[in-house]
Design a protein around this ligand. Structure first.
Ligand code: 13P
Length: 238
């Protein structure tokens, strides 16, 4: 059985870390894996704050190299040293803002695995691609191009670009179709997360979909009040 995971992606936001204490109090012994991915500047402080709690931390990106002349970048080994267990890679915002290709994402995933971090590989179609019937082809191409060439465990997150931060979500059937493809094309027991406008009000319905093993949550991961019901919905689905 794949692991069940509720992961928060704080993106370029710095919520009060007291929110995390509240979340930990509400889920002292979570029946699922709980993970928060803050901006790199907060990673060490958050990891330290959570060291006695059952919430893990992750980065939002890493460089392909372990060190060197790469101004502004952070290596996987540095994330690991700051307490991270995971790293989000290939998020559509990085693909759009920084022109990241599938090949680069694969190299980053290999660097992450080398540093003993679990990559969370993100993929998803744009609205234009969905409307023109290309969704499954796009997902298959992204997966084939970015999946590292090893059997090391990793996590895959399906995040339709048009569902991120928009309040729109695909139908359960649309999510199920993509997740069935991902299940078929990824190593056995790979946790498959859905991401894009997940909230307390839609989480239970999303977690009931076949081959959905959890969520990668943006906006609703910034407060305990918004994230806790999502975690509870995942716990209830186990
Ligand atoms: P939202 O939950 O804000 O739509 O963001 C999803 C996301 O991009 C998580 O990586």
């Amino acid at each position: 059985m794949p692991q069940k995971i509720a992961a928060g992606n704080w993106k370029m936001n710095a919520p009060d870390l007291g929110e995390v204490d509240a979340l930990a109090r509400q889920h002292p012994d979570p029946g699922v894996t709980l993970l928060l991915c803050p901006p790199a500047t907060l990673l060490a402080a958050l990891s330290e704050r959570l060291s006695d709690m059952k919430i893990q931390t992750g980065g939002q990106d890493c460089h392909t190299a372990s060190s060197g002349a790469h101004t502004g970048d952070v290596s996987a080994a540095m994330l690991k040293a700051a307490g991270a267990s995971h790293v989000i890679l290939g998020h559509s915002e990085r693909r759009a803002d920084h022109g990241e290709s599938d090949a680069l994402v694969r190299q980053k995933a290999e660097a992450a695995l080398e540093a003993s971090l679990t990559p969370i590989l993100c993929l998803g179609e744009t609205l234009e691609q969905r409307d023109s019937g290309q969704t499954l082809d796009v997902i298959e191409t992204q997966l084939a191009g970015s999946l590292p060439k090893t059997d090391a465990p990793l996590i895959i997150a399906y995040e339709p670009v048009w569902a991120i931060g928009t309040g729109r979500t695909p139908t359960p059937g649309q999510i199920e179709e993509v997740h069935a493809l991902l299940r078929d094309r990824s190593p056995a027991d790979t946790p498959l997360l859905y991401g894009g406008s997940v909230k307390g009000s839609n989480a239970a319905e999303i977690f009931a979909i076949a081959n959905v093993d959890g969520a990668l949550v943006g906006g609703a991961s910034l407060t305990a009040e918004a994230f806790s019901p999502i975690v509870s919905a995942l716990e209830a689905s186990v």
